[in-house]
Design a protein around this ligand. Structure first.
Ligand SMILES: Cc1cc2nc3c(=O)[nH]c(=O)nc-3n(C[C@H](O)[C@H](O)[C@H](O)COP(=O)(O)OP(=O)(O)OC[C@H]3O[C@@H](n4cnc5c(N)ncnc54)[C@H](O)[C@@H]3O)c2cc1C
Ligand code: SF4
Length: 327
């Protein structure tokens, strides 16, 4: 690990002022991703700004629905009575990630900004456009079993790893950030994470010097008909091969609207818009769930080693919809 300066921010305004003074400073949430990246020399900030003392830890009801403090821990969020009752899909997604110890440390803001788990990104002897723009993508011709089947570019085929974010995407959340000029802006979840395109070094639309302060989730009427299903290589400490967050708004057996997002398949939470469109106005039947899953997954563009994700995605999506129906 390279030497770095350690600073402590007492107020959000102090945190953004510290970032404004040093554009190679990094914020420290729970540190569970940042410190790993520093130990591997993938991230080399010259200053760490500890934001652990900021008053951004509250989870509360809001006029819109619920507001999650950026510094509330993942465990506390998953176990909060309001989240368990009104947003069970989110609780399940958080609890499907990492381990109890990591979730006790991890913060909601840090979770959204965790970086890809592409093994070439972590190996500084390998070319990687995300770590070192212009150097190439070792995964494109390498072992790309864990990589993307939707939305990838010639520059990067990595997937985004967070489970929590997949549920937040299906829940149509938004992210509130404090900008470097001291004013707030709100980013719709669909616009928060980005596809790799020409600039895979960027994971999201956050600008230099911005601090996430909260995540806002609107009310919904599908809490009783929602599910999070994650398929992985082992039951703990494993990132998703494919995951699905699904919620069904029902009128009797008719689907008024479906809310579906997938993990493990793209550089950002992948909204299954084709499946959502297929299901709207149709009866909630197993056959329609399978057809919706096919509609979505037939558009996938797998790489050499991850063709299995297409079939796995169909089954996982249809299965998540069935689980959501049963509630
Ligand atoms: C062994 C292991 C297994 C894991 N398995 C899973 C899994 O299965 N599923 C899953 O979803 N996750 C998994 N994780 C990842 C884990 O969930 C993340 O490391 C964690 O959520 C990151 O949160 P943090 O607060 O520790 O972030 P940090 O490491 O503190 O920060 C991450 C990034 O966010 C920035 N940041 C932090 N807070 C803010 C803020 N408020 N505003 C702006 N920038 C901020 C930091 O500067 C840094 O760039 C795993 C991690 C490990 C180590
Ligand atoms: S897939 Fe992306 S993160 Fe992985 S090696 Fe290629 S450029 Fe780097």
């Amino acid at each position: 690990m390279n030497p770095f300066k350690f600073s402590i921010a007492q107020q959000p305004s102090e945190a953004i002022a510290m970032l404004a003074k040093n554009n190679s400073a990094a914020l420290l949430g729970g540190g569970t991703n940042l410190l790993d990246l520093m130990k591997e020399h993938v991230a080399n900030p010259s200053e760490i700004v500890d934001i652990g003392r900021l008053d951004l830890k509250t989870i509360k009801q809001s006029p819109m629905g619920v507001s999650l403090g950026a510094l509330a821990k993942n465990t506390e969020t998953a176990q909060h009575p309001l989240i368990r009752k009104e947003y069970p899909m989110l609780s399940r997604a958080i609890l499907a990630g990492a381990s109890a110890q990591i979730r006790n440390m991890a913060t909601n803001g840090g979770n959204l900004l965790q970086r890809t788990r592409c093994s070439y990104f972590y190996d500084i002897s390998m070319p990687c456009n995300k770590r070192s723009p212009g150097s190439g993508c070792a995964a494109m011709e390498g072992f790309n079993r864990m990589h993307a089947i939707f939305g990838w570019s010639e520059k990067c085929v990595a997937v985004y790893p967070s489970d929590m974010a997949i549920a937040l995407s299906a829940l149509h959340a938004s992210v509130t950030v404090l900008q470097s000029n001291g004013t707030e802006r709100r980013i719709k979840f669909d616009d928060f994470h980005t596809l790799p395109g020409e600039y895979p070094e960027k994971d999201n639309s956050l600008k230099q010097g911005e601090l996430i302060t909260s995540i806002e989730i609107p009310k919904n009427n599908f809490a009783q008909h929602s599910a999070y299903v994650k398929v992985r290589d082992r039951n703990s400490y494993a990132f998703a091969l494919v995951s699905v967050a699904a919620g069904l708004e029902l009128d009797g057996n008719m689907i008024q609207a479906a809310h579906i997002s997938m993990g493990g398949v793209a550089h950002k939470p992948w909204r299954a818009l084709k499946a959502e469109a297929y299901l709207k106005g149709k009866p909630a039947t197993q056959l329609n769930f399978i057809k919706a899953a096919e509609e979505e997954m037939n558009a996938a563009k797998p790489l050499f080693h991850n063709k299995f994700k297409v079939e796995m995605g169909k089954h996982t999506l249809a299965n998540a919809l069935e689980m959501a129906l049963k509630g």
